[in-house]
Design a protein around this ligand. Structure first.
Ligand SMILES: [Zn+2]
Length: 258
């Protein structure tokens, strides 16, 4: 049984949305999909669309947009160094406080639940980066977002998202210059802000914990604390057979016995 079904939603002017057909726990893989078209330039997109077979072609042109390029721009997701259109994923709506997160790896786009989802709830993901204020998010979207994070305008939310974005660079800089205490303090602040803002998707948490962990070169106790956090969030966004998890387990084992 699948995790969702599509249905019409009044709020999207006759558009559709994906709704959970059962409760979905945080970290569960909702969708794994290969793109039907990928490209890095207008020419590449046009060639790729021209090469589609009749079934895929029909699917592609059923997506939102008039021309091939417009469909590609409206529905495309980053796929490594290219962009790509996934048929299923394209029909999930955007929210600036989504309950699913997408991630590209090994030729597939993965969609994970990033929080516990109740049966009947709409499944949403993000079309633009979340760590930016409302005006910047809206500038990157082909529509005026009216999600719970966007309306009403919340200056405190904007300030938190700007700080979350700034902290990313600050943590990395502190870690690189081996300022371990500073890195830990900034990482703790970033994790708390991500949670408070409701955008604590596991990959953002992993990135922050990893930067802090990298800074703890000569302090095994604190390295262990950050490695444990890193592992906890990695479990929520890596497939069970992921080499990343095996590598973290090996590192944890070494630290626990040192
Ligand atoms: Zn929004």
């Amino acid at each position: 049984m699948g995790y969702y079904r599509f249905k019409r939603v009044e709020a999207y002017d006759g558009g559709i949305g994906a709704f959970a057909t059962r409760p979905i726990p945080r970290g569960e893989l909702v969708l794994r999909e290969e793109p039907i078209v990928t490209g890095r330039s207008v020419e590449e997109v046009e060639v790729a669309v021209g090469a589609l077979g009749p079934t895929e072609r029909k699917k592609f042109y059923s997506l939102l947009g008039k021309t091939a390029l417009e469909i590609f721009e409206t529905n495309g997701y980053p796929c490594g160094e290219r962009a790509g259109v996934m048929f299923e994923l394209s029909r999930f709506n955007h929210s600036c406080r989504p309950n699913c997160g997408h991630h590209w790896e090994g030729g597939f786009q993965f969609l994970y639940a990033i929080r516990d989802v109740a049966r009947g709830e709409e499944l949403t993901t993000n079309y633009v980066p979340l760590a930016q204020p409302r005006a910047a998010r809206r500038a990157g979207l082909p529509f005026e977002c009216r999600c719970a994070a966007c309306e009403p305008l919340d200056a405190a939310s904007d300030a938190r998202r700007i700080r979350i974005s700034d902290l990313d660079g600050e943590i990395f800089a502190a870690a690189r210059s081996r300022k371990s205490e500073k890195a830990a303090a900034l990482a703790t602040e970033r994790l708390a802000l991500l949670e408070e803002e409701g955008i604590d998707e596991p990959r953002a948490m992993v990135r922050t914990c990893n930067d802090a962990y990298q800074a703890m070169v000569s302090d095994d106790d604190r390295a262990r604390v950050w490695l444990k956090k890193l592992y906890k969030f990695s479990l929520l966004c890596e497939p069970p057979d992921s080499p990343v998890l095996r590598d973290l387990e090996a590192k944890l084992k070494t630290l626990l016995t040192s």
